[in-house]
Design a binder for this molecule. Structure first.
Ligand code: IMP
Ligand code: MG
Length: 423
């Protein structure tokens, strides 16, 4: 397999977890480059369901190596919990199949509390974050005041740095009117987690370059999606990392030209969790999908906002990420519909736009221009090949690919591994 970046072409939750799991067959290393435990990947294997937040789903296969790169933010206590949870489910996790960058920044309790306080203070202008402290943690990184995994590996130094950080942040917490953090308690919990993580922590840049030399295949597992990208998304309603293809390089130290292929994952419709503009949002399709028991977040359990497929958005995603191939997921979510709409352009006043405006104030004023497709109105869940799909579903899929730009190479028609069609 060529070294591949897998990214979300929409607002996250495109079903990347399942596609990554599928592609992992052909990869030797699975690498995460950005985000933190704000992500949630659900993978179903046989009867078992696994929900992963920080650790790549490659961990579910004993012969794969998972790498958490320098661009990721790690909550050490939470990742220990995730490791121990996996072990309880019978999954082997040790320093041979999981490595964590010594440069990854650490999420601390004040990041989470400040995340929550800021959201509350914003009232109806809130971002709708996962409250995992992701924004404040990346904020410290950019401020150059963050603590990294390498610091945690040196207890004396960590304790000293943490004391100063907690002193400072307790002043901020006081200003927000919330209780201060107990230094001793946090220090003890983090040092204990650090001790457990020691076997995993290393210079992942060197590790990855050694693997490149040995021609090992790499799969870069994107978290969140294109429109949650800090630079290219619907700012400020975004996450705090670069979720687009370029982030795979900066977040791991693997040079761009050593990466061969970009695969974009998109749903056959659109969803978004959290606040922010969503031009094709539609109540009818939201209600239908929620009634089917679909589209509830795996990290926060929130009901996702749903809407029609937005080709203006995915076309832009194809541009930014350089999408070569497309995986379309959740096709079966549309099985009951008589008519399916696809947004092919935006109307902004008298102007017709082919790509989304970068200014949020304009984006909220955009009205989708729809084309309609007849629904296939039968189950696609058992289709094993593209030819076995109803003709109308095939037409619809081909249209999504041609509107977006990119070769349609995978279609997913259900949550299980078997419900995946390769073209
Ligand atoms: P944060 O990443 O927790 O700061 O949240 C910022 C925005 O990104 C919010 O709208 C979240 O709902 C969204 N978000 C963060 N992680 C994910 C994800 O894994 N899937 C979908 N949305 C996400
Ligand atoms: Mg998710």
């Amino acid at each position: 397999m060529p070294n591949t970046i897998l990214i979300g072409a929409q607002w996250g939750d495109e079903g990347k977890g399942k596609i990554i799991d599928f592609l992992t067959d052909d990869a030797e290393l699975v690498v995460r480059s950005q985000g933190g435990n704000n992500a949630g990947h659900t993978v179903i294997i046989g009867e078992k369901k696994y929900v992963l937040h920080l650790i790549p789903s490659g961990i579910l296969r004993s012969d794969k190596i998972c790498v958490i790169g320098n661009g990721v933010v790690v909550d050490p206590v939470d990742v220990v919990r995730e490791i121990e949870g996996l072990r309880k489910q019978g999954i082997k996790v040790d320093g041979n199949n999981l490595v964590i960058s010594d440069c990854a920044h650490i999420v601390l309790p004040y990041h989470r509390i400040i995340d929550e306080c800021r959201e509350k203070a914003k009232g109806d202008k809130k971002i709708g974050t996962t409250k995992r402290g992701i924004g404040p943690c990346y904020g410290d990184k950019v401020e150059r005041t963050g603590l990294r995994m390498a610091d945690l590996m040196e207890p004396k130094l960590f304790t000293e740095k943490l004391r100063a950080k907690i002193e400072e942040n307790n002043i901020v917490l006081k200003a927000f009117g919330v209780p201060p953090i107990d230094f001793e308690e946090v220090n003890a919990a983090y040092l204990a987690a650090g001790k457990k993580l020691k076997p995993f922590v290393t210079n992942t840049v060197v590790y990855l370059h050694q693997a490149l030399k040995k021609k090992k295949n790499m799969l870069f597992e994107g978290a969140q999606g294109t429109f949650l990208d800090l630079d290219h998304g619907t700012y400020p309603y975004v996450t705090s990392s670069n979720t687009t293809a370029g982030g795979a390089s900066t977040g791991t130290g693997v040079p761009p030209h050593r990466i061969d292929r970009v695969m974009g994952v998109m749903k056959a419709y659109t969803t978004r969790v959290g606040e922010g503009p969503f031009p094709t949002e539609n109540k009818e399709i939201s209600d239908m999908l929620h009634d089917m028991g679909r589209e509830f977040g795996s990290t926060t359990g929130r009901a996702r906002r749903c809407g029609w497929f937005d080709a203006v958005a995915t076309r832009y995603a194809a541009m930014i990420n350089g999408i070569d191939e497309l995986a379309v997921t959740n096709l079966d979510g549309l099985d009951q519909l008589k008519t399916i709409k696809v947004c092919v352009a935006y109307k902004l006043g008298s102007k017709t736009l082919e790509v989304p405006p970068s200014d949020l104030r304009q984006l909220v004023k955009c009205k989708p221009v729809y084309v309609e497709f007849p629904g296939w109105m039968k189950s696609t869940a058992d289709a094993q090949t593209f030819e076995e799909l109803p003709a109308k579903a095939r037409t619809y899929l081909k249209k999504l690919a041609s509107l977006t730009g990119g070769k349609l190479s995978i279609v997913s028609v259900g949550a299980s591994r078997a419900q995946t069609i390769r073209l």
